[in-house]
Design a protein around this ligand. Structure first.
Ligand SMILES: Nc1ncnc2c1ncn2[C@@H]1O[C@H](COP(=O)(O)OP(=O)(O)OP(=O)(O)O)[C@@H](O)[C@H]1O
Ligand SMILES: [Mg+2]
Length: 393
């Protein structure tokens, strides 16, 4: 990798950390007076991880000199004056106070708050980041879109030195996750019918396949993608969220089968007019409903504050009803929806993105606070109105 910021994502046992540390040792040995900082979430984490690997590699290559190691604070000084220090930071202030450096390695970076990482990265000429992507986080949203960054994704299959016992252990977990573990993602590994345990399937995605997890403790809605809604199950009213520009208006069809709740996105459309006006250039919501052939008599639940929109839908003979936004209705709706097993049709890209993105708040220490963080995705609001209108179905 050549870029100034190198982002290395992957499964467990992919050889990420064991690959990066020798690169840092090599740089330290070749260039005099480098300052290299290796950071993990806590001191025990850095000790049990990177320090152990560092010592092992140094000893195996006959480089280790006991006198060059200081245990507190942990640092190894090479004969050419280069040093590698091992640290953890619990505040932005301390990260800033640690000064500038040549090379930074943030190990298990998803456990480090962005504010601390940013303070460190800003003061480093070159940065390495490694992690298991149990969810999308600042490496994806902040670092990768920046110039001079590079991404590498690895799995245990890339590690020729992956121990036999580990491989066996990983494949046991894979077989707990899937009925047919031989399939690939493209041939349906993660399809609903192939999932034996959602928990282990989620685990496999991150720790086996090295991909970004679709489920984390932070995510408000855990879901499974399905090809389509099964025939013959109960259909609930559809949910609609009215969008004031730039927010789109959207319609979500909802079905129920026992505790399985199916969500199917019908449309997500910008710039629909709230009322039908003869001769107008732009489509109205009811024009759009005509276009998608929504059955006129089928109940649609929208937010009651969309008075104009609801009235116009009714005027155009759609069975639209409003649900009131009472205090606490967001958390009430979320609670009801989370009571179901949520299945999302493959075509519902906005619902899928919404579920992936929308999470609970987290404090600086990574502790989850059970309050939604940020704007509720429109399609999820539409589905939530249906939950809130339970008395109507
Ligand atoms: N270059 C190597 N030479 C020898 N053994 C290696 C090498 N790379 C990896 N290994 C072996 O593979 C194991 C796993 O590698 P490593 O700890 O780097 O994985 P990782 O991708 O960082 O995993 P995790 O996400 O769990 O931290 C190491 O403990 C080591 O036994
Ligand atoms: Mg590692």
């Amino acid at each position: 990798m050549k870029a100034r910021k190198r982002v290395i994502q992957g499964s467990t046992y992919a050889g990420k950390t064991y690959g990066i540390i020798p690169v840092l040792i090599d740089k330290a040995a070749k260039t005099p007076n480098l300052k290299i900082t290796i950071v993990a979430e806590t001191i025990p984490a850095v000790k049990d991880g990177c320090v152990d690997i560092f010592k092992e590699v140094m000893q195996n290559t006959n480089r280790w000199i006991d006198d060059n190691w200081v245990g507190n604070p942990m640092q190894y000084t090479f004969v050419n004056g280069s040093r590698i220090q091992f640290k953890s930071f619990d505040s932005v202030g301390k990260a800033k106070a640690a000064g500038k450096r040549d090379i930074l390695f943030i190990n298990e970076a998803n456990h480090i708050p962005y504010s601390i990482a940013d303070a460190l990265i800003t003061r480093s000429k070159e940065t390495y980041i490694d992690f298991n992507a149990d969810q999308e986080f600042w490496a994806h949203t902040e670092i990768l879109p920046e110039p001079n960054t590079e991404f590498l994704s690895l799995t245990y299959r890339d590690n020729e030195a992956c121990p036999k016992e580990t491989l066996e252990e990983l494949l046991v977990k894979k077989s707990k996750a899937f009925h047919n573990p031989e399939l690939e993602e493209e041939t349906g590994l993660y399809n609903k019918d192939n999932i034996k345990s959602q928990h282990w399937a989620n685990w496999w995605r991150v720790y086996g396949d090295g991909k970004i997890g679709t489920y984390s403790e932070r995510q408000i809605y855990n879901y499974t993608i399905v090809e389509s809604v099964p025939e013959g199950i109960k259909r609930l009213p559809s949910g609609m969220d009215f969008g004031q520009s730039p927010d789109p208006t959207c319609l979500v069809d909802v079905y129920l089968d026992g505790i399985d709740l199916y969500l199917d996105e019908v449309f997500v459309e910008n710039n629909l007019m709230p009322e039908k006006i003869e001769g107008a250039e732009r489509m109205s919501i009811s024009d759009k409903m005509d276009e998608v052939k929504h059955p006129k008599s089928w109940m649609i639940i929208g937010d009651s504050s969309g008075r104009v929109e609801l009235k116009d839908l009714v005027k155009n003979r759609y069975n639209a009803r409003g649900v009131k936004k009472k205090a606490g209705s967001v958390s009430e709706g979320i609670k009801r929806m989370r009571g179901y097993n949520i299945l999302v049709t493959k075509r519902s890209q906005n619902i899928i993105d919404g579920c992936n993105k929308w999470g609970w708040k987290v404090d600086e220490n990574g502790k989850i606070i059970p309050e939604p963080d940020g704007h509720e995705p429109d399609t999820l609001a539409a589905a939530r109105y249906v939950m809130l209108a339970k008395a109507m179905w």
